[in-house]
Write a protein that binds this ligand. Structure first.
Ligand SMILES: NC(=O)c1ccc[n+]([C@@H]2O[C@H](COP(=O)([O-])OP(=O)(O)OC[C@H]3O[C@@H](n4cnc5c(N)ncnc54)[C@H](OP(=O)(O)O)[C@@H]3O)[C@@H](O)[C@H]2O)c1
Length: 266
């Protein structure tokens, strides 16, 4: 039987590119999700409803796939949102909402699919993290925290699931042209706030970077390659030369000099 793949957040950007490409290139059963199934009217892969912030929705989604095909071979935890703002001014309600989507969502999905993967003694979990999870930039602390948490969870989980032949891989994209800026929670720029001018110009820079971002098909091709590998690496970075080089610089440059460079850029 062919592989059964579930891609969360298949309605837009990176997730849509992954679900479409993997579906087109293989004879697999590919499900792509959205909270609003109507957004998936025009896709060739199999649409499925999912809100990763709801445990009931996660249960319903996974049970539906299991009922139809009896297994999930590959889970791609892609659904996610952005959040910006000076930490001091970011509302706690938004911080909680963010972690519910970007961190607890993937965790709960993993917990739900793992028993089926263990039963099959086979499985692959690909978590879409971010270069922002490796390099912190100002006014994006909560986003970076969610992604770096998912990265370390993946690293740990991979060791816990080794005995059941379940592999856990992180794919960390740099800037890609998607709807992420539009869907982000932006803490409002507060007039007269001590952070106003620096936050305003950092925000402009972040949005410019997305506008100049790469085509998400690049991540889709990488994910498709990983699915076919017998022994994938634990971590993949999918970004421009400068984004990848930035991660190396972080570990080789004196911390103060690296921070100076980040502040210059943002
Ligand atoms: N774009 C970049 O530069 C970039 C860089 C690094 C990492 N990433 C990561 O890549 C992933 C995809 O982002 P993108 O850039 O492709 O953004 P996007 O175009 O805004 O797509 C986000 C996707 O996530 C889904 N989603 C959001 N909240 C959800 C929820 N509560 N439950 C279920 N699905 C939800 C959306 O589906 P519905 O609204 O239809 O439900 C949509 O399909 C995210 O994890 C993001 O953090 C993006």
């Amino acid at each position: 039987m062919s592989k059964v793949i579930l891609v969360t957040g298949g309605s837009s950007g990176i997730g849509r590119a992954i679900a479409s490409y993997v579906n087109e290139k293989n004879n697999y059963v590919v499900y792509g999700s959205s909270r609003n199934i109507k957004k998936l009217d025009d896709v060739a892969f199999m649409p499925i409803e999912l809100d990763v912030t709801s445990e009931k929705s996660i249960n319903d989604c996974v049970e539906k796939v299991i009922k139809e095909y009896g297994k999930i071979d590959v889970l791609i935890n892609n659904a996610g949102v952005g959040i910006t703002g000076p930490l001091e001014e970011t509302p706690n309600s938004e911080i909680e909402k963010h972690f519910k989507t970007n961190l607890y969502g993937p965790i709960n999905l993993i917990k739900k699919v793992l028993p089926y993967m263990r039963k099959n003694n086979s499985g692959l979990i690909i978590n879409i993290t971010s270069i922002a999870g490796y390099i912190g930039t100002p006014y994006r602390s909560i986003y970076s925290a969610g992604k770096s948490s998912l990265d370390i969870i993946s690293e740990t989980l991979n060791m816990e699931t080794k005995d059941f032949n379940v592999k856990v891989v992180c794919v960390a994209p740099g800037d890609y042209l998607t709807n992420i800026s539009q869907g982000r929670f932006h803490s409002p720029v507060i007039k007269g706030s001590t952070y106003q001018h620096k936050y305003e110009s950092s925000l402009k820079k972040m949005n410019q970077n997305i506008t100049k971002g790469a085509n998400p098909i690049k991540v889709a091709k990488l994910v498709n390659k990983i699915i076919h590998l017998k022994n994938p690496r634990k971590k993949y970075i999918s970004g421009s030369f400068i984004e990848r080089f930035g991660i190396i610089l972080k570990f080789v440059l004196p911390q103060r000099f690296f921070e100076y460079l980040v502040l210059k850029l943002f």
